[in-house]
Design a protein around this ligand. Structure first.
Ligand code: ZN
Length: 419
């Protein structure tokens, strides 16, 4: 999968602090990566309806983590995926009468354009599900061989010329640590599993929560050869497990995504990692949900604000980024035009403030931005520090010739805001 061009990250004097973040599992502030290499996996999009503000907020949040790590002197290995084959993609393609591959390709390209416009640093490993199928199939076969997965009979007409191979499901009961990521009780998990794409009612499963690892071919659905698994396609959770392990190793620092991925997706992908002999992520991080018109922004509700539409309207993507950064990443919030208007005004004010020949000393401003980001990526506090400097620059001024440049570089390097 081709990634997007990396924006330049300006050099800053000194070093940022060790970055601490709230781990979803423990609820505690923990060191995100001990270093010297920081490993991050952020779940990628399923390429349709890209990129709504909820996606943008998630990738911008992890971009702050990426930038704060770089500033702390760590080398960052960042892996992400594109789920370019899955049920929702096929459903959307069928509903709109377009070819699924064309839909995936167009939406993946649009996502890359949006990420470029929003100044998000690209992943160092970026893989699609389709191009990873042989590796995923190999992992599924290993789980079957170890007795941690099993075959489930398929309905009449499914499974092509080898229907007896069945679909393959993971056995969650075989994992004593299952449930450790989200910490929910069994009834809650079954309800969420059904709500978020799972199939608790599927006949033949050992546990309602068992997730699909390999889905055999169905009439009208694409399928790939996979030896003794039979022609089919991979499940979503195992896709992320395999891509993360391949890029970052059996254990890595942070797995992240929107809060709605905590269960089942991150629970399942971590369980698969353990079943394959690894540990998965040490720390799980989840971003809040972005609402619009009073409801969580989601594809199923259709209340999406798309970054590409805002760009088409001529909105400065830096204002979109700034509007997102006005909220702490774990907060749930609602996108409104007023947020955008405030961000446009703030950006204009900052641009005026850094355009002078000098300004008040900015050393403490840089320090305040770094401290805020080091404490669970507190972007709103970092923005307030910039406001304080801009207020002083515009009211009393100052004769530090290097200050406007330092503020502009700090905004660019740490917050991804290009003035
Ligand atoms: Zn994922």
């Amino acid at each position: 999968m081709r990634t997007w061009p990396a924006p330049h990250v300006p050099e800053l004097p000194g070093r940022g602090p060790e970055v601490r973040v709230v781990d979803t599992t423990s609820g505690e502030l923990v060191v995100a990566a001990p270093g010297p290499v920081a490993e991050l996996y952020v779940c990628g999009i399923t390429p349709y309806d890209a990129t709504h503000l909820g996606h943008a907020a998630t990738y911008i949040a992890f971009d702050l983590l990426h930038r704060a790590w770089l500033d702390a002197g760590l080398e960052v290995h960042y892996a992400s995926n594109v789920t370019d084959i899955d049920d929702p993609l096929l459903e959307r393609a069928a509903a709109t009468g377009v070819d699924w591959e064309k839909l995936a390709e167009e939406q993946t390209a649009l996502f890359a354009e949006d990420m470029t416009a929003l100044g998000v640093l690209p992943p160092t490993t970026y893989l699609g599900a389709v191009e990873t199928i042989p590796t995923i199939a190999d992992a599924v076969q290993r789980l079957l061989d170890r007795g941690l997965a099993y075959r489930v009979p398929v309905e009449e007409g499914a499974g092509g010329d080898r229907p007896e191979l069945g679909d393959v499901y993971a056995d969650v009961q075989a994992d004593p640590h299952f449930g450790s990521v989200a910490g929910l009780d069994h009834d809650e998990t079954v309800a969420l599993f059904a709500e978020r794409g799972g199939d608790p009612q599927r006949p033949g499963k050992r546990d309602p929560l068992d997730p699909a690892l390999w889905r055999r071919e169905r009439p009208g659905e694409p399928a790939w050869d996979a030896g003794e698994l039979g022609r089919g396609r991979p499940g979503w959770h195992i896709e992320c497990t395999v891509i993360a392990q391949g890029a970052l190793g059996a254990e890595f620092d942070v797995q992240g995504g929107g809060r709605d991925l905590c269960f089942p997706h991150h629970e399942m992908s971590t369980a698969h990692a353990r079943a394959l002999g690894g540990e998965g992520a040490r720390v799980h991080m989840h971003t809040g949900m972005v609402a619009y018109d009073g409801e969580k922004m989601s594809k199923s509700l259709g209340n999406l604000v798309l970054v590409s539409r805002l760009r088409d309207r001529g909105v400065d993507p830096m204002a979109v980024r700034l509007a997102v950064l006005g909220h702490h990443y774990r907060e749930d919030w609602e996108w409104t035009d007023a947020h955008l208007e405030r961000a446009v005004a703030r950006l204009a004010r900052w641009r005026t403030a850094v355009s002078g020949n000098g300004g008040p000393d900015a050393t403490s401003t840089l320090e305040a931005i770094r401290t805020a980001l080091g404490q669970d990526l507190d972007a709103p506090a970092a923005l307030r520090a910039v406001d304080t400097w801009a207020d002083a620059a515009l009211s009393v001024g100052g004769d530090d010739e290097g200050a406007p440049g330092l503020v502009a570089r700090a905004l660019d390097a740490l917050l991804g805001i290009r003035l």
